[in-house]
Unconditional design. Sequence first.
Length: 428
Amino acid sequence: MKTIITFIFVFGLIVVVHEFGHFLFAKLSGILVREFSIGMGPKLFSHRSQSGTTYTVRMLPVGGYVRMAGAGEEELELTPGQPVSIELNQEEVVTRINTSSKVQLPNSLPMEVTSFDLEDELFIKGYLNGDEKEEKLYQVDHDAAIIETDGIEVQIAPRDVQFQSAKLINRMLTNVAGPLFNFILTFILFGVVLFAQGGEIQPDPSSHIGGVAENSPAAKAGIKPGDVITSVNHQPVEQFTDIKPIIDKQVGKETPIEVKRDGKVVELTLVPKTETLEDGTKAVRIGIQGGTRFVSLNFLEKIKRAANKTWESATMIFVALKGLVTGFSLNKLGGPVMIFQVSSQVSNESFMTILNFIAVLSVNLGIVNLLPIPALDGGKLLLNLVEGIRRKPLSPEVEGKVTLVGVAFLFLLMILVTWNDIMRFFFR
């Protein structure tokens, strides 16, 4: 249960913040946000604000979404022959259209739709009370609501408030806002941890040993965590970085090492060995890790360090992406199953550790979303740039095909990654 709660918190916070970025910039750009949802699946709660946005909470507490008018997420809301009920104001202009059998409007008129236009001319035409002898036409208010089949009430989407009607720069900002808010979340979370702790744990530059790998040359030689290495092969050592240049020259040789333990000098002997790493390269390892120390930071240092940690996390992801290009492997990728697995591990750690995990994952999501793959935010930005160069947008048909290819690619990749994660974590 602790793992599930941690997973929901981690995944939900990252996705909701991402979607809130799109939501905020869409609002600022004059784009109608028809729905802002926390969670997925069946509706638990909904509220339509005066601004026209419907806020919903849904049953499955995993992420959320923003539904912008005309952003390729709209479905045909009415069809000829469809039974609906309409609500009129005093001027007999339609203010609500009900397509749901779950909702009853007490002062509405039943209508069988024959034709409609809810984008440009804003009208609805049909037979009232099942009387096919007389076809009635009503104008529809610009801010009218439509109650969808699942009972959710959202605002109709006239052409002037649709995504495509916004200026190019505003659409670009709306697309990039999701990843931007992921970067901001990372910075804030790193800052929260630093301020809560008063500083951070940093690598100890001294030759203090923080950890020793099992069955390693160091472990076989008798080196223990807490030891301080004072010399290697009779050469004095003061910092941890002094050790490797000496060890690299001693492969396969018995090498004398002096360590200070509990105030006493202990003389040991180890034999460095060459190991083959995952990428096929070879390196000399003896199996020791450096120690750590707590460093107090002032206010400005904490802010600066939070920014630096955000940048460092981002650059690590770029290194990982480079590794994918030079040597692709599904083992270098991770999906929801991997996030759940890591959530299981960090759920037993401190709350600060969980916040650090969310911070790293958030900047990861932000950068991945900026990749120029159709259906991702980066792919949408690429189409925006093409539009700016051409001085006109791609045709809806071409854009639809490009997006469909991107969706198919991401869907296939998601299936492969998820299957690989399941096999990796549960059957090995």
